[in-house]
Design a protein around this ligand. Structure first.
Ligand SMILES: [Zn+2]
Length: 257
């Protein structure tokens, strides 16, 4: 029974944080020998790894945490705590270049899931493609009656979708009718809806996307087709992600060339 519990914890921590499962096993082994508390050991090991060891180790292997500036921040701090904030240096460069085009903009670049620190092809679930440090999701910009704000509409940053306007192409409906049952699964990943009064800022989100597209490092950008049309995005790198992915009317997906 205990073994089954440990295996479940190992799997869950590995899926959520990549390194957590392994550190959990190490903590159990040390606890057995030293009689120290396993939870205390795990939390200590995990914190030291996340904030001190992993950033160094990962950079030796080609990835680094997203660099924070006055204009670049995580939407939810859990992204950092769970080691889901690793990118190739080129992607940090792309974000930095984007920031330079937005210095006077009244909003920040808030990022969501990127990749884990180690191992190509190790997927950062539920995203299948975030497995090489070349991809990052970025939050839309919202506004209230006073103007643009940095707040978002869900705690995780995912899962609260921009309402469809009449006559717009509904890719969600089309994909689900073709059996892509996962297409709107982000609705289960909100961790709670917040700031219900905020509205999607078409103007600011377009300004953000235009700034992203100024970088030559950017290979593809995904946004739901109805929003691509609404925002009049004509750059050939703004692509349709198809039905195998999930809907992109709650965030922007950016990837390197
Ligand atoms: Zn993505």
């Amino acid at each position: 029974m205990k073994k089954l519990l440990y295996i479940s914890i190992f799997i869950l921590l590995t899926i959520l944080t990549q390194v957590g499962g392994l550190l959990f096993i190490v903590a159990l082994l040390i606890a057995k020998k030293s009689r120290l508390n396993a939870l205390f050991l795990f939390l200590s090991l995990y914190s030291i790894s996340t904030f001190v060891l992993i950033p160094h180790l990962a950079s030796l292997l080609g990835r680094e945490p997203v660099k924070h500036t006055e204009k670049i921040e995580a939407t939810n701090y859990l992204t950092i705590l769970l080691n889901r904030n690793y990118v190739q240096p080129k992607l940090n460069k792309l974000l930095h270049q984007t920031e330079q085009h937005l210095l006077n903009a009244p909003f920040k670049i808030k990022y969501l899931d990127a990749s884990y620190p180690f191992i190509n092809k190790f997927p950062l679930l539920p995203h299948l493609s975030h497995n090489d440090g070349k991809k990052i999701d970025i939050s839309f910009i919202y506004e209230d009656a006073q103007g643009m704000v940095d707040d978002k509409k869900s705690r995780s940053g995912y899962g609260v979708f921009v309402s469809m306007k009449q006559g717009e192409y509904n890719q969600t409906k089309m994909c689900k009718s073709k059996g892509a049952f996962q297409y709107d699964y982000p609705k289960y990943l909100t961790l709670g809806s917040i700031n219900e009064d905020l509205k999607f800022s078409q103007k600011a989100t377009k300004q953000l996307i235009k700034a992203l597209l100024k970088s030559k490092e950017l290979g593809k950008l995904f946004i739901e087709p109805n929003l691509k049309k609404r925002l009049k995005l004509n750059d050939s790198r703004v692509r349709n992600h198809g039905c195998r992915a999930v809907r992109h009317d709650d965030h922007i997906h950016v990837q390197l060339r």
